[in-house]
Ligand binder design. Structure first.
Ligand SMILES: Nc1ncnc2c1ncn2[C@@H]1O[C@H](COP(=O)(O)OP(=O)(O)OP(=O)(O)O)[C@@H](O)[C@H]1O
Ligand SMILES: [Mg+2]
Length: 566
């Protein structure tokens, strides 16, 4: 026994612990690994150990050494009788020994257990959770390639490879397809850290393996068309027909009335009555069965205006005529404005719901498993409603389509903080409601959500907490880091310490989509397969003058027509 002091208090170092005669702890342990310390305290989720700095240094400097052994976020193996428990180092403190060599107190979180089996017990079988806990005195050692392989082996489960495991980069980092897709996922990180490329990489790998998938990307910056080219159906305001009648009452209210007037309630009431009447009129000779004001039955805007007019002319009405006039003028405005024509053109009164669903959902797939919905051209005043209509109809379709051989769908929301913000005052927003519903119930109907955001702290926590897998890229903002810590499953705390110092293309992945929390160097995506979001090359562009004399003219033309295709 030896006394050592740490932050003023004095504890007792167990016999044979670091600081004993040099070399005793650096002895070779079974399996070719080297001891770096031993356990002194154990709890349900982790353990405290004492590490020998000299033993760690010996491994770091060895020829085939592990440069990161004993570092925060790295993995260790605890030798329990008959098996191994794997843990990640969360915290290290100095345990300066009285007069002796330096020791470290290490806090570790368990990630799982490995059993040896097979010929000569050479193979390790890894499982999540711990059934046989370590006890004080158990040896802690570094992990070797065999451990890393065992821990991250997909074990016959469907998977896609997206990179290599840090720091050795000899083991493939695989994502368990069903684990990730069945419980939603999120890609989070500061701007420019590679979220969109990670997403593109994932979608490429998924669709290479499963060419008949159904993946929808909501793309606010029109950057993904460049990544998928002929493998994707590119939908934008130039070619999208999203009829107004697909909106439910709430979306009608948001687009026609908004939050503006003190007489909002009266307007809502009139709109609700008139909308139901307009749908009824359109449905009278059709076989729609029972329906409500929310049912997507094609009605004519002219009918809606006529009904509002008739209502306004009633002598026994309780309301003044102002709310009627306001409603009418807003509907006329939506009808007449060219920027809204993809949604409010008169020709959209016919029933094209099957075409819209078939195109957006890729049914049949026709070699294009991805549909990219470019939202850059959608006027900002209605983009929220457009997202809401799309997400809600995808979900409703899954609910009503599940009887007939249902096809699971992955819906990806880029820049998700725009549509699903946390702030309470925007609670009324329909997009947030639609996405929240998918987050909560989508799994049961085969609708999976992929959330991408650079501002996790501004995202609705109720939605993020439903994400079973999290890809965390570099994150500098402390508020975001803390937020991520809260939504990360246990066992990953130590890895999160590395969040501010991750390189581009590096991610920490935790949750259902991986066999254990892992730090990954993502594959380098070929230029042709990346979203068009390259950082501007100031150093090159600023060397020469603008060559095209029509540069400004063309930009203004596109701006005015709200179309990038000119
Ligand atoms: N896996 C990768 N393969 C190749 N290049 C990558 C990869 N990841 C990131 N990059 C590079 O980093 C740049 C920024 O990546 P990306 O656009 O994905 O960042 P982002 O996190 O989506 O940024 P923003 O928050 O601004 O949307 C890319 O243009 C690309 O050059
Ligand atoms: Mg991006």
């Amino acid at each position: 026994m030896r006394n050592y002091s740490q932050s003023g208090d004095t504890r007792v170092l167990p016999a044979g612990a670091p600081g004993e005669a040099s070399g005793s702890l650096a002895a070779r342990a079974p399996g070719g690994v080297q001891s770096i310390g031993e356990i002194v305290e154990v709890s349900g989720r982790g353990a405290t150990g004492i590490f020998d700095k000299d033993a760690m240094d010996a491994i770091i400097t060895a020829e085939d050494g592990d440069p990161l052994v004993g570092q925060i976020g790295s993995m260790v193996r605890i030798h329990v009788t008959g098996s191994y428990v794997y843990a990640i180092i969360r915290e290290l403190k100095n345990a300066s020994l009285n007069g002796g060599p330096m020791g470290l107190i290490a806090e570790m979180d368990f990630i799982g257990q490995g059993e040896r089996f097979g010929a000569e017990q050479r193979t390790i079988l890894f499982g999540r959770g711990v059934s046989k806990f370590p006890v004080p005195g158990d040896m802690v050692s570094n992990v070797r390639a065999e451990d890393v392989k065992a821990i991250f082996a997909p074990m016959g489960r469907a998977h896609v490879n997206i990179g290599s495991v840090y720091p050795h980069h000899t083991v493939n980092a695989s994502i368990l397809t069903d684990g990730m897709l069945s419980k939603h996922f999120a890609v989070l990180g500061s701007t420019g850290t590679g979220k969109s490329c990670t997403l593109a990489l994932l979608v490429h790998r998924l669709s290479e393996q499963m060419p008949n998938g159904h993946i929808i990307i909501l793309d606010p910056h029109d950057e993904y068309a460049a990544a998928f080219k002929e493998h994707a159906e590119c939908i934008n305001t130039d070619n999208l027909r999203l009829p107004y009648w697909m909106m439910n009452l709430e979306e009608h209210i948001e687009i026609v009335i908004g939050q503006r007037t003190p007489e909002r309630e009266v307007e809502v009431d009139i709109l609700k009555r008139s909308l139901l009447a307009a749908r009824k009129e359109a449905a009278h000779d059709k076989d729609y069965g029972r329906f409500t004001v929310d049912t997507p039955i094609p009605y004519r805007l002219a009918d809606l205006l006529k009904i509002i007019d008739q209502d306004m002319g009633r002598l026994d009405k309780a309301e003044t005529i102002e709310p009627y006039l306001k409603l009418k003028s807003r509907i006329e405005e939506l009808k007449g404005d060219d920027r809204y024509s993809f949604m409010f053109a008169t020709v959209l009164a016919r029933d094209n719901l099957p075409d819209v669903m078939s195109r957006v959902l890729r049914i049949p797939v026709n070699d294009k498993p991805v549909s990219i919905i470019g939202l850059a051209g959608v006027p900002s005043s209605i983009v929220d409603v457009v997202v809401s209509v799309l997400c809600r109809t995808v979900f409703d379709f899954a609910v009503w389509g599940r009887k007939a051989n249902s096809r699971p769908v992955l819906l990806i929301c880029e820049e998700a903080h725009r549509y699903i913000p946390e702030e309470a005052e925007v609670n009324y927003r329909s997009a947030r409601k639609s996405i929240e519903r998918i987050a909560k119930e989508g799994r049961k109907y085969g609708v999976s959500l992929g959330i991408v955001s650079q501002r996790p702290a501004d995202l609705a926590e109720s939605i993020l907490s439903q994400c079973g897998t999290i890809f965390a890229m570099r994150m500098n903002n402390e508020k975001d880091q803390r937020f991520i810590e809260n939504v990360m499953p246990e066992g990953a705390d130590g890895m999160l310490a590395a969040l501010p110092s991750l390189q581009n293309r590096e991610a920490i992945i935790v949750g259902e989509g991986v066999t254990a929390p892992v730090r990954v160097l993502l594959d380098d995506l070929h230029e042709d397969l990346r979203p068009s979001s390259d950082d501007p090359k100031f150093s090159e562009v600023w060397r020469t003058d603008v060559e095209d004399p029509r540069y400004i003219e063309q930009a203004i033309k596109r701006w005015r027509s709200q179309s990038l295709e000119l």
